[in-house]
Design a protein around this ligand. Sequence first.
Ligand SMILES: [Fe+2]
Ligand SMILES: [Fe+2]
Length: 269
Amino acid sequence: MPIELYRDPQHACLMFTDLVGADGQAVQANQFLIVDHGTGAVIDPGGNLAFNELYLGMTRHFSPHKLSYIVASHADPDIIASLDRWLTSTRAQLVISRVWERFVPHFTKVGKTEERIIGVPDLGGRLPLGDSELWLLPAHFLHAEGNFHFYDPVSRILFTGDLGVSMTSGREARTPVRDLAPHIPRMEAFHRRYMVSNKILRLWARMARTLDIAMLVPQHGAPIEGRAAISDFFDWVESLMCGIDLFDDRAYLVPQALIDPRIHRTDMA
Ligand SMILES: [Fe+2]
Ligand SMILES: [Fe+2]
């Protein structure tokens, strides 16, 4: 069952947290449906693991032929690998960074994306949705080179893709975090490795602080809710060293370690 992050008579934001099997092979991921005055957008619909359940779940709340957009924060497999099936099953257009516009057709059969992709320039924009808008905010390098976050001015939710994610189960992802400090250990390792640099985090936080935000909602793990926790999150990312801040010549040596192919996972720190 999806969680209603927001609902009024004309506008709803739904979050699906447990569509990817809980066998531990694929990382937990959230998918989102926004509906305004009968027009809808899915945000980061995910890969093939999530498609059937999300499509079915969507039909319970909303008619798929009224889906206007498939909005993708970036082009990773857990974001948009199901693109072929969405383009087949709906008339929606894909909204994605221009950086990925000519790469995503590799997810589909030949010709499927023709006249179906809205390539978003680096500075973003405001996308009409029903009687409202979805704001496409620049979030490049957090973590992908072409990357957007999505602000819904009605619910005041900022959908942050891979920023603010925590490693949790689908069940745990249903409960918003209101106290950031105990939550940081679940976010830290991911952000240090997947986010690109502290400079980018500071630029992003400066922009995000100008918005009136009720909830930060990432693509993995639990939402971060309330003024205090959101402000603490901005403070945390502004001071976080990550990505290229932490890489130096020791990370770029010709490797000596032999990989044993019988061991499927090697942790050669
Ligand atoms: Fe990603
Ligand atoms: Fe992701």
